[in-house]
Design a protein around this ligand. Structure first.
Ligand SMILES: Cc1ncc(COP(=O)(O)O)c(C=O)c1O
Length: 307
């Protein structure tokens, strides 16, 4: 029996006990990876529980489904409401919301039948720091793995799809088997792409660098948040292709994602990044990000969406 992480779950339009949300073992998604999903954080803010950039996450869910021509049988507004409802139903102030649309028991053909509709679930449960509570301050050790990110003409990395995470699994588990905290991958051209489930930023001479959309990345919403916050603080941020050795020579480096939030990187391939600890600009960016949730950073962008 899997870990029960909340009392209730939203499944195909109904809120039901966690254990009652069941699918058939012949579900298409289980066999072929045909699912698209999101990860959204709800923060307990000074204004009450707020979904961080909830609308944009739900939009990315629909964008991922569009790329795969997957019809989600619920409107955008219904999915937004499902996200809010399941947080409230579980009486959560802070949460991780996981909406997932997938093909269920629609037959074993690789191409689902024309009239096949997706199923939709929305789970919400507490989730602390992805790489451990002290990782935010201490930083983590990462390795560039032997597995490349997906080539652009194979599987689209711009869609957050279940099948993509086989690539993430290889990247992350290889790194962990070798004693690192997390793996990062190069793209098919040998340039830096992203971590298994997070985007990357490098700081060199007070300037922030991050790989571009064409580096086989998922266009992270946290990545966009950091670009915006850093520019607002007067830093120059550039999205440009990056070589592996650029990581070794960085002054500071950090990873960003909804689950990971902002995790400093203290070494790459056992080469220390800067002073081998969280750097001052990373600390400042973290403060400005987490300040959004207690009001210390003004939310000029309307990113906090009340639940
Ligand atoms: C492969 C991958 N890259 C990047 C990210 C970061 O995206 P976001 O900041 O939107 O969570 C994630 C997490 O969702 C991810 O799974």
């Amino acid at each position: 029996m899997a870990a029960k992480t909340a009392e209730l779950i939203w499944f195909n339009g109904e809120i039901m006990p966690w254990g009652d949300a069941k699918v058939h073992v012949m579900s298409h998604a289980l066999h072929y990876g045909t699912s698209v999903f999101e990860g959204i954080r709800v923060y307990a803010t000074h204004l009450g529980p707020a979904g961080f950039r909830l609308t944009e996450h739900v939009q990315r869910l629909y964008d991922s489904a569009k790329i795969y021509r997957m019809p989600i049988p619920y409107s955008f507004d219904q999915t937004m409401q499902a996200c809010r409802d399941i947080v409230v139903a579980n009486k959560l102030d802070g949460a991780y919301i996981r909406p997932l649309a997938f093909y269920g028991d629609v037959g074993m053909g690789i191409t689902p039948p024309k009239d096949a509709k997706c199923e939709l679930l929305v789970a919400a449960f507490p989730w602390g720091a992805y790489l451990g509570e002290d990782s935010m301050e201490r930083g983590v050790d990462v390795a560039v793995t032997s597995w490349n990110r997906l080539a652009p003409n194979t599987i689209p990395t711009g869609a957050k799809a279940g099948g993509n995470y086989l690539s993430s699994l290889q990247i992350s588990t290889e790194a962990k088997r070798n004693g690192f905290d997390e793996g990062i991958a190069l793209d098919v051209n040998g340039l830096v792409s992203e971590a298994a489930g997070a985007n990357l930023f490098v700081i060199k001479k007070n300037k922030l660098y991050t790989p571009p959309a064409t580096a086989a990345i998922l266009m992270g919403i946290t990545r966009d948040t950091i670009i915006t916050l850093a520019r607002d603080k007067g830093y120059e941020v550039v999205e440009e292709p990056m070589s592996r050795e650029f990581l070794y020579l960085a002054d500071e480096m950090f990873m960003t994602g909804t689950a990971a939030e902002i995790v400093p990187v203290r070494s790459v391939d056992r080469i220390e990044v800067g002073a081998g600890m969280r750097g001052p600009i990373t600390k400042e960016i973290q403060a400005s990000f987490f300040g959004l949730f207690n009001g210390e950073t003004e939310d000029k962008w309307g990113w906090l969406e009340p639940i």
